[in-house]
Design a binder for this molecule. Structure first.
Ligand SMILES: Nc1nc2c(ncn2[C@@H]2O[C@H](COP(=O)(O)OP(=O)(O)OP(=O)(O)O)[C@@H](O)[C@H]2O)c(=O)[nH]1
Ligand SMILES: [Zn+2]
Length: 216
């Protein structure tokens, strides 16, 4: 483990504790399933019919999975993959799939993240960038917070020259219900360090991620 960005803190989880509001369930799984059962009854369904018999459990498990990012450990996720390296050119991982859930309707936010940084003595395992996106994506989110959390996590972990994150996503709460705009994409960005300060660096990043927002 080469993580020594804060000598007073020894683990990535400690470094990022302020960014990772860990949630402890305050109700039992039986109570959660009962709540789903109540919802089904409220929707005019018979929760005891064959097709719905196991639905409360399935819904609970699905929601637990979709929000598992609250309890993921950054230490485990990183697995020591922060390396001392004399690199100072931009590193970009683009087109990282995002499956998140909007905190207003608990409906999917589907899109992609593009994450770049310019190292300052430390590099991170490339897959760990996608894992950080996954950790913050698997929570109840607004897109803006998801974007800044990814940027701040990398900024805090690596103390790089700069971090740039762009998330482009479509919100099912705007597609399937409400205003019903299937073609709409929301683009959010978070720029740190040189990406915020130097327009040429920011432009280089924007040129590298330029493409039509679409599903694969
Ligand atoms: N800024 C932001 N807003 C979001 C995000 N996800 C959903 N929203 C919005 O949150 C708002 C919630 O507005 P409300 O008026 O309380 O809810 P609503 O009656 O369901 O609104 P409509 O979707 O307009 O029908 C809506 O405008 C959503 O589009 C997000 O990631 N970021
Ligand atoms: Zn929503």
């Amino acid at each position: 483990m080469t993580l020594s960005i804060r000598p007073d803190l020894t683990s990535a989880d400690q470094v990022l504790s302020s960014l990772t509001a860990q949630k402890q369930p305050k109700v039992t799984e039986a109570e959660m399933m009962q709540a789903v059962r109540t919802l089904l009854i409220g929707l005019g369904e018979d929760p005891d019919r064959e097709g719905l018999k196991d639905t409360p459990k399935r819904v609970m498990k699905a929601l637990q999975f979709l929000t598992k990012g609250y309890t993921d450990s950054l230490d485990e996720l990183l697995n020591g993959a922060v390396f001392t390296e004399d690199a100072n050119e931009m590193v970009l991982v683009r087109d990282i799939d995002i499956f998140s859930s909007c905190e207003h309707h608990i409906l999917p936010i589907i899109g992609r993240a593009h994450v770049a940084y310019i190292p300052n003595g430390k590099v991170i395992g490339l897959s760990k960038i996608a894992r950080i996106c996954e950790m913050y994506g698997r929570r109840l989110q607004v897109q803006e917070r998801l974007t800044t959390q990814i940027a701040d996590a990398l900024q805090n972990l690596l103390k790089p020259q700069g971090v740039a994150v762009v998330v482009e996503a479509t919100h099912m709460c705007m597609v399937m219900r409400g205003v019903q705009k299937p073609g709409s994409w929301t683009v959010s960005s978070a720029m740190r360090g040189v990406f915020a300060e130097d327009s040429r660096t920011r432009e280089e990043f924007m040129n590298l991620i330029r493409h039509n927002a679409n599903f694969h």
